[in-house]
Design a protein around this ligand. Structure first.
Ligand code: M6R
Length: 611
């Protein structure tokens, strides 16, 4: 949540900040602001998007070669001009941008107010700015020490960058719980919440660790750990290009990302799945494979779409590897007292690698002695660094807030893992293995075929764009697809949508069905096909409108449903990868027709780094 960006070097800072904020807007878009140091610090900030900020700044002095910028997802205080970042301390010496939550901000604020400090905003960040300045003035110390001392009094999470008017040659950055990346240029540095604003300037980056404090001058970076020890920065090379974070001619990132799925799935299994080979190569799991094979139970944790992928994982592991699986919302798991046995393995799934609840759940599992594996998309993010081993998804940057290609790549990784474990357990014969691998390699082509139907799905969307409620049903592997389809629709179009296991419908939701209620049924030919046909009949008997995703050539459901979307036949194991695609397109087109901001749905942010 919240995007932060900063620059120090010989360029004009503003274009770097504005470009960066645009790239980070997916993390929050309630307000935006910049502070640029020239002779003095000029702060411009306002409610709304980065484009609103650009308008607001027209005709003002924006020159300067050191600057910080912020795009906000509101936590403390409503989205308005005053609560927008950057925040300045009461005497204007410190200007800061912050991502995270200062949990003890109320107590700190009261103490500062008792000492006469005046506040402008309702934010926790202003408390931090004032605390730094208070310590700086009282202790007659330097900016770095004031920042360190202030942070030692803070409970909560932060990724922050501080500009001190008295020490105008430097930026001070610190991280605990919220990500911060430093791009290393030639006598210049770029800072951001993630690497997307940096990649157009440099591919060399340093990911800060929790507790790190960086003192950055244009010609020098000093990195210190929380214990004040100097630390040698570990420079990593970014593996993606600028082209991957542009819309590439599509109207929205979400549409581009839906259409990228054949390639992103292929990228995820490239080098890992080789058609002529009787192996699956998951290098990140080599060391832990014996434990994974012996595991008595796997606990999968994640949030939102990643949790849905986890549910598919449950079916995959139980089906192919006969390992018992529990799938947990990370936010619930972390606050329970979960029972974790010695032979259990925890798998954390996350696109961003920064989801606060998932990170906290990982820490809890590790404290209880579990081996924790990660399935993550963002290289170098916190989750891969916190887990013992794992597999990257290689979906490429996912910018649209609604997750699409990340989901299918997560399922791809889970399928590879389950097949591999099943094979190592002797549960999958050579012939079945070869067949599964062959079928796997056909998935991208089959998705290409589904994507050619985008126009007909768009026409269908036009018929239901004004619906107020909808139900999504599926069984077995396709139940998580129903959940994911419903989530896509509600989060980007604001139409109420519920996903249910089809057989559960008669235990309650059936009461909702009338002749205005679209019921989307994922009903491809699998082991529960006959059962779902009966469920469709139950809906039709109540005059419900049925939109069914069916296997090509299906005549039974075509004869019953109001609309069908045909998809190619596939192994049960891969049906999720195909059947989710039309649902993504259906939601996308409905949201566009309703005039919704598809890439930045209201109230949401891509990466939920607060609990
Ligand atoms: O980055 P993560 O996968 O950990 O994010 C978890 C959820 O916030 C995320 O999947 C969210 O539900 C999707 N953006 C919804 O499309």
């Amino acid at each position: 949540m919240c995007g932060i960006v900063a620059y120090i070097g010989d360029r004009e800072a503003l274009p770097v900040l504005i470009n960066g904020l645009k790239r980070l807007e997916y993390r929050g878009y309630d307000s935006a602001g910049v502070a640029i140091l020239n002779k003095e610090v000029n702060i411009y900030k306002c409610k709304g998007k980065v484009s609103d900020l650009e308008q607001f700044m027209e005709g003002k002095d924006k020159t300067g070669k050191i600057g910080i910028g912020h795009t906000r997802w509101a936590t403390h205080g409503e989205p308005n001009d005053v609560n927008a970042h950057p925040h300045q301390s009461y005497h204007g010496k410190f200007t800061i941008i912050h991502n995270g939550i200062i949990e003890n901000y109320a107590r700190l604020r009261t103490r500062l107010e008792e000492r006469g400090v005046k506040f402008q905003s309702e934010t926790d960040t202003e408390v931090l700015a004032n605390l730094i300045e208070y310590i700086y003035e009282q202790g007659k110390t330097d900016a770095e020490l004031a920042v360190r001392l202030a942070l030692s009094k803070v409970i909560g999470a932060y990724g922050l960058v501080v500009l001190c008017a008295d020490e105008p040659d430097k930026l001070i950055a610190a991280r605990k719980g919220s990500p911060l990346v430093i791009g290393v240029g030639n006598e210049e540095y770029f800072l951001a919440s993630d690497a997307t604003p940096i990649v157009e300037y440099t591919k060399s980056v340093i990911y800060l660790n929790d507790g790190d404090v960086a003192i950055i001058r244009k010609e020098q970076l000093i990195l210190k750990t929380s214990g004040q020890d100097m630390s040698v920065p570990k420079v990593t090379e970014l593996t993606f290009d600028i082209g991957e974070i542009d819309k590439g001619g599509y109207e929205h990132f979400m549409l581009k990302e839906i259409f990228e799925q054949p390639r992103s799935i292929e990228d995820t299994f490239r080098g890992r799945v080789r058609p002529d080979d009787l192996e699956l190569h998951l290098g990140g799991l080599y060391q832990v494979m014996p434990k994974l094979v012996e595991a008595k139970r796997i606990i999968i944790i994640g949030c939102g779409t990643s949790w849905h992928a986890g549910l598919v994982g449950e079916y995959l592991f139980e089906d192919l590897a006969r390992t018992s699986v529990e799938v947990e919302y990370a936010s619930e798991f972390r606050y329970r007292n979960p029972i974790i046995n010695k032979d259990d393995i925890v798998i954390a799934i996350s696109q961003s690698g920064e989801t606060a609840d998932t990170l906290a759940a990982i820490k809890l599992a590790k404290e209880q002695g579990a081996l924790v594996l990660g399935i993550c998309n963002v290289v170098g993010s916190s989750i891969p660094r916190e887990t013992d081993a794992g597999v990257y998804t290689h979906a490429g940057p996912e910018i649209g807030v609604a997750s699409t290609k990340a989901f299918t790549c997560q399922v791809t990784v889970l399928a590879m893992m389950a097949i591999l474990v099943g094979k190592k357990k002797g549960l999958i014969s050579e012939e079945r293995f070869k067949n599964l691998i062959h079928e796997f390699t056909l998935v991208p082509g089959k998705i290409e075929k589904i994507l050619t139907k985008a126009d007909s799905i768009k026409k269908l969307a036009a018929l239901y764009k004004d619906a107020t409620n909808s139900l999504y049903l599926g069984r077995g592997y396709l139940f998580p697809v129903a959940l994911e389809g419903a989530l896509k629709l509600k989060e980007i179009s604001y139409i109420h949508a519920e996903g249910y296991p089809a057989a559960e419908m008669k235990h309650g939701p059936i009461a909702l069905i009338d002749d205005k209620m679209p019921v989307v049924v994922v009903a491809t030919k699998d082991s529960s096909y006959e059962k779902i046909v009966s469920n469709i009949q139950e809906v039709k008997a109540r005059n419900g409108i049925v939109i069914a995703v069916v296997t090509e050539g299906d005549t039974v459901i075509s004869g019953m449903a109001d609309h069908v979307i045909e998809i190619p036949d596939a192994e049960n194991v891969y049906a999720t990868l195909l059947s989710v695609v039309p649902l993504q397109l259906f939601s996308y087109y409905i949201a566009v027709m309703r005039g919704c901001n598809v890439d930045q749905p209201r109230n949401l942010a891509k990466s939920v780094t607060v609990e």
